[in-house]
Write a protein that binds this ligand. Sequence first.
Ligand code: NAD
Length: 476
Amino acid sequence: MLHANLIAGEWVEDGEVAPNINPSNTAEVVGEYARAGAEAVDAAVAAARAAQPAWAEASPQVRHDVLEAAGAAIMARKEELGRLLSREEGKTLAEGIGETIRAAQIFKFFAGEALRVRGEKLASVRPGVEVEIAREALGVVGLITPWNFPIAIPAWKIAPALCYGNAVVLKPADLTPGCAWELARTLDDAGLPKGVLSLVVGRGSTVGARLVEHPDVDAISFTGSVATGRGIAAKCAETHKKVQLEMGGKNPMVVLDDADLAVAVPACVNGAFFSTGQRCTASSRLIVTEGIHDAFVEKLTAAAAALKVGDALDPETQIGPVVDQSQLDQNLTYVALAGEEGCEVVGGERLERATEGFYQAPAVFLGADNAMRVSREEIFGPCASVIKVADFDEALAVANDTDFGLSSGICTTSLKHAAAFRRKAQAGMVMVNLPTAGVDYHVPFGGRKGSSYGPREQGSYAAEFYTTVKTAYIAP
Ligand code: NAD
């Protein structure tokens, strides 16, 4: 079956057809997906523009019901969709199902938010005048998403966009169109009016670029790499679009002498290697004070070596394959670089399995320092630098010495150090005795410095991006 694009309420098969390849077994085609061109964006935007006013003016109950139905439908199919996710992206089945459940929860959360859109009423400084502040939809929103969370990230952009009355054009990563296609179909089946959501699978350089420069798109929400994000922000400034960027990370996890190793080691293994390290919140710098360093390294390297790397659908597998050949090549280049920069490299080699896939052993870079490229650049693979430091003050300074600022963690039993770290970490999210990755869906998500730009995503803070405020002055 060819998976068509949903454009202006119709399933359109035009354009080239691209196979969706399983990274656990490159001989397996997950599905065939139509790849649209820039003209499909034009049709989708025109339909969105036409459909948006009625959607925004509909009762909140209408928006609630569509979002609630979509959430329920995704939850009911969590095993099937989780399996699809694992087959197209490579994360383990447990991770794939977990991410699918998350997507369902996000739709259900924003179904509730549709009933809770608030305004404000204040006394005017002028006698006899009333002031009211109301939130209104932006209009047409373009959503551009990466491959590493193929159902959760589209969900956490689509659900608030629709909740607040916007129309949406979604351009998912071309590596993982399957989950996005299922989301579009689910919303179509849930009764979303025609044109309110279009799905345009295609290349970033054509479909993505057209969406960003389109004069009739009011806002762009993007998640992906720093380089792409920067270019998008510049284009959005030129065309007067509101823009939100979620980009990379080089997230630190500090382990202090007083840490409980039974907490710290699993938190670091999870943060650095789960989801094959392909998380923007991955712990890629493990900053360890010297008193606990050697004991930590012994346990960490043993735990990393014991992780079972294999086919995403094998129930024994803890680490699935890397997403594709170019990401694997990039990871292996960084593993070699770590050695050239003077690290002792443990693991990181390419692995053979029963099927042809992009398998890689978790890599630990021992003896790293924070100036090395492997400690400064986002690798986006199962690789972590271990950086030895003297004490808390140095650990904090190293943690903050990065171009990024998404998530920052500390393992300690000291209330004083945990409190100081929470206050002083230059990051959007701080984790104490928890992995740097793994977040809730009803609270803000995002970072500082090179990691993010614009308002936070998720939870009720999503309204900051997906609405604009109007101040009304009334003399009755
Ligand atoms: P990417 O930047 O290559 O692509 C992201 C999306 O942008 C894709 O849909 C792509 O097709 C599109 N795109 C590419 N060029 C474009 C252009 N010129 N105009 C418009 N769109 C264009 O990123 P990726 O490789 O898919 O994802 C990996 C990156 O995503 C990593 O850097 C990771 O840290 C980041 N990420 C960040 C978060 C976060 O919330 N901070 C979450 C997940 C992933």
